[in-house]
Design a protein around this ligand. Structure first.
Ligand code: UTP
Length: 290
């Protein structure tokens, strides 16, 4: 069974990036000249997904607009002979089918995923969090889909983090099945180092069987009064197997100031036109010779 739909929750407030996110959705902040959300949608498309479901909130309309056609802009660029830009803009609007549903209040990530229930239906689906950008040769979602194709069970993307950083993530415990694969047996949201069952943290990529929805429905508000996705996963774990996969690739948390700067620098260094001048600038800046 091919998984066709991906849910991307974008209804969060983005308070860690205020004041930038007062009026601009954090998902539209650029990594060089491409909005963060476009990298994430591209990953889904490159993994074989053909429908994106955005869970949006107030002030987030620009995200859907980014994937829509822009006839006025295209007309002006055509008149100016800027063909390359015209092609780029047309390619963005043709990337993928986009639909959306509103989360009226930011009641938590688990609640946001639950809002997509009617649009997803009863098939397994992907969830991508746009705060997490993963630079990988094989797209991270594709890596997870390969595990799903074998196991037919829900799969979580994992990366190792020092226990001192466990309080920033959902942490899993489990039984190793192979070098990168484990069968999850516990999941704890943002534990203190001493309570972390392992160093394996959940990163924002998931494949879920549709049973996750009935679990989320039963979740009571937890930490911070929010309906946590982790609590839904813990419920699902009582009824079905869940696997974790340590993906290969570099992860950036662009919902956080330092992560956003890191991603910007790393992606700029990959650009032929920016690499050398940026390296020069960074060397000068580090030596405080600015
Ligand atoms: P975060 O925990 O990063 O929350 O959400 P946030 O509100 O966006 O950011 P900060 O912490 O205030 O800076 C993880 C993902 O879940 C979505 C966010 O948009 C983000 O993609 N989310 C979170 C929702 O869609 N709805 C919610 O109620 C909460």
């Amino acid at each position: 069974m091919r998984i066709k739909k991906a849910v991307i929750p974008v209804a969060g407030l983005g308070t860690r990036l205020l004041p930038a996110t007062k009026t601009v959705p954090k998902e539209l902040l650029p990594i060089v000249d491409v909005p963060a959300i476009q990298y994430v949608v591209q990953e889904a498309v490159d993994s074989g997904v053909d429908e994106i479901i955005f869970v949006t909130g107030r002030g987030k309309d620009g995200i859907e607009d980014h994937f829509d056609e822009s006839p006025e802009l295209v007309q002006v660029l055509e008149q100016r002979g800027q063909k390359e830009l015209v092609e780029q803009l047309k390619a963005i609007s043709k990337m993928v089918e986009v639909v959306s549903v509103r989360q009226k209040q930011p009641l938590g990530l688990g609640h946001a995923v639950l809002c997509a229930r009617d649009l997803v239906g009863s098939e397994p689906f992907v969830v991508l969090l746009p705060d997490d950008i993963i630079d990988a040769e094989v797209p991270c979602v594709r890596q997870l889909l390969e595990v799903f194709e074998q196991t037919k069970e829900s799969v979580l993307a994992l990366r190792r983090v020092p226990k001192s950083e466990a309080h920033r993530y959902g942490i899993v415990g489990g039984k190793a099945m192979s070098e990168r694969l484990c069968q999850v047996d516990t999941v704890v949201e943002k534990p203190q180092p001493a309570d972390a069952p392992s160093e394996l943290a959940i990163v924002g990529r998931y494949i879920f069987r549709s049973e996750i929805f009935s679990m989320l429905e039963k979740v009571a508000p937890g930490r911070g009064g929010e309906i946590q996705l982790t609590d839904g996963i813990a419920g699902l774990l009582r009824e079905r197997k869940i696997f974790g996969y340590e993906f290969s690739g570099i992860h950036y948390d662009v919902g956080d100031k330092l992560g956003l700067v890191r991603a910007t620098v790393a992606y700029a260094l990959k650009r032929a036109d920016l690499r050398e001048p940026l390296k020069k600038f960074l060397a000068q800046a580090v030596n405080e010779k600015l």
